[in-house]
Design a protein around this ligand. Structure first.
Ligand SMILES: *[C@@H]1O[C@H](CO)[C@@H](O)[C@H](O)[C@H]1NC(C)=O
Ligand SMILES: *[C@@H]1O[C@H](CO)[C@@H](O)[C@H](O)[C@H]1NC(C)=O
Ligand SMILES: *[C@@H]1O[C@H](CO)[C@@H](O)[C@H](O)[C@H]1NC(C)=O
Length: 411
């Protein structure tokens, strides 16, 4: 009997070992920046404008040879919030290069006003199908210290081919729920043949709402729904050995391919929740309908992911209709084939690593169908102190087809 148990056990371990192999592309103990000069850096250190250990990479995105890395202003001394690192030449500890430049990423001093292309503090960014970079700028510096609203929350859109600002759109007061609003994510609904008809969907994790922005109308509106709230039974988290309680609502958004009418399904979840929901973008895009109480029943529960399955970011592979979901409490990433009902059995764990994947904070899918995963031990950064002698921040890459091989999500 013992033998049978042992064989079974070895078999299970074998399965785990067969999990997708991630390629570690970047691995930093602390991040460095490409300062214009050694003097500029030393001066920033002296004035406290640069405090090395307060710079936590959080968001990731790929465009061609660039990997964008955001560093939100959680604490004082963030050198630059929006940055990229080149993919070639390969260098796992490459310095972050401010985007579009240093000036746009420097906090205004005294009476100075931020420039139109300024990025004060951003958590996540999105590249769209039209070579544009959409940045959700919260405008808020030193969040955990003495919060300072440098400029109101805004969508900042750059042309990646010229690095020029296309548009800055400041959210309206009616898009916000006062000081409770917290915008840490953005997804973009755009097709290459209709770039001017793009929409952005922005979850409000603190105010439990969804802001929709129409590029054509240059207008925005706010949607509320009970499904945007957190689940009080899912907010007790232990990650990286740290226990904490969060109330984060609507957080992860992912879009399906277009249906015949040009609309998509938006999959969404609160962070402090183990459920996944969906709604058709036809509901969200119609300003009248979006704010009409009769739309309430057009939002659907897809199902439950099971205990300990809280997710920050999610992305959907349009070829397979597989949704990838970070698994914060499991130090990994899961998949769900949206053609199957969502339940714990249909959730496959594609990778798990209790050292290298502590807090899988952000994840993106590039046009070559590679998953990019950023892990950054954020709870230790927020509630304790990171050890600068260890690797704390990593960015991994894995092709989708390899990621799903042998999982419940395949076929
Ligand atoms: C990688 O980047 C770091 C930081 O800029 C630099 O110090 C180091 O020399 C680079 N390594 C190589 C092999 O170029
Ligand atoms: C978009 O709307 C804002 C006001 O809400 C306005 O300041 C801005 O100029 C408009 N941009 C364009 C390109 O129409
Ligand atoms: C928006 O929804 C309303 C209510 O269902 C409908 O009457 C209207 O035609 C829709 N507008 C568009 C542009 O689809």
């Amino acid at each position: 009997m013992l033998k049978v148990v042992l064989i079974f056990f070895v078999g299970v371990v074998g399965l785990c070992a067969a999990a997708a192999q991630l390629e570690e592309v970047f691995a930093w103990k602390e991040v460095s920046f490409a300062w214009p000069s050694e003097e500029a850096k030393n001066e920033a250190v002296k004035t406290g404008d640069y405090i090395v250990h307060n710079n936590l990479p959080l968001g990731v995105e790929r465009w061609r040879d660039r990997i964008f890395v955001t560093v939100p202003r959680w604490k004082a001394g963030v050198a630059s919030s929006l940055n990229y690192v080149p993919l070639t030449p390969a260098n796992k500890t490459a310095s972050l290069i401010p985007y579009p430049d240093w000036k746009a990423n420097t906090l205004p001093k005294g009476e100075e006003k931020p420039t139109e292309n300024a990025v004060i503090s951003t958590f996540r960014v999105k590249v769209d199908a039209c070579d544009r970079l959409w940045v959700m700028d919260t405008g808020l510096a030193d969040i955990l210290g003495s919060p300072n609203l440098v400029s109101p929350p805004a969508i900042v859109i750059f042309d990646l081919k010229t690095d020029k600002l296309i548009r800055r759109y400041t959210l309206k007061d009616s898009d916000l729920k006062g000081e409770e609003s917290f915008f840490a994510n953005i997804v973009v609904d755009a097709t290459p043949d209709k770039c001017d008809e793009a929409f952005a969907y922005i979850p409000d994790l603190g105010g439990y709402g969804l802001v929709v922005y129409s590029f054509a109308e240059n207008d925005s509106w706010r949607i509320k729904h009970n499904f945007f709230h957190f689940d009080p039974l899912s907010g007790d988290l232990t990650i990286g050995g740290v226990n904490f309680q969060w109330t984060d609502g609507l957080f992860g958004l992912a879009l399906s391919p277009q249906n015949e009418n040009g609309y998509r399904t938006l999959y969404f979840h609160a962070l402090a929740s183990t459920n996944e929901f969906s709604v058709n973008t036809e509901v969200l895009r119609n300003k009248t309908l979006a704010t009409d109480p009769s739309q309430y029943n057009m939002f659907k529960l897809e199902g439950s992911k099971g205990p300990g399955s809280q997710t920050s970011a999610s992305v959907l592979d349009e070829k397979t209709n597989i949704l990838f979901l970070t698994q914060l409490c499991k130090d990994g990433v899961a998949c769900w084939n949206t053609k199957k009902p969502l339940n714990p059995e249909n959730l496959g764990l594609i990778v798990q690593d209790h050292e290298n994947l502590i807090f899988t904070n952000d994840m993106k899918l590039d046009h070559e169908r590679n998953l990019w995963i950023l892990s950054d031990k954020m709870p230790i950064f927020i509630y304790k102190d990171l050890n600068p002698e260890e690797v704390n921040y990593r960015i991994f890459k894995v092709p989708v087809d390899e990621a799903i091989k042998g999982t419940i999500c395949e076929a």
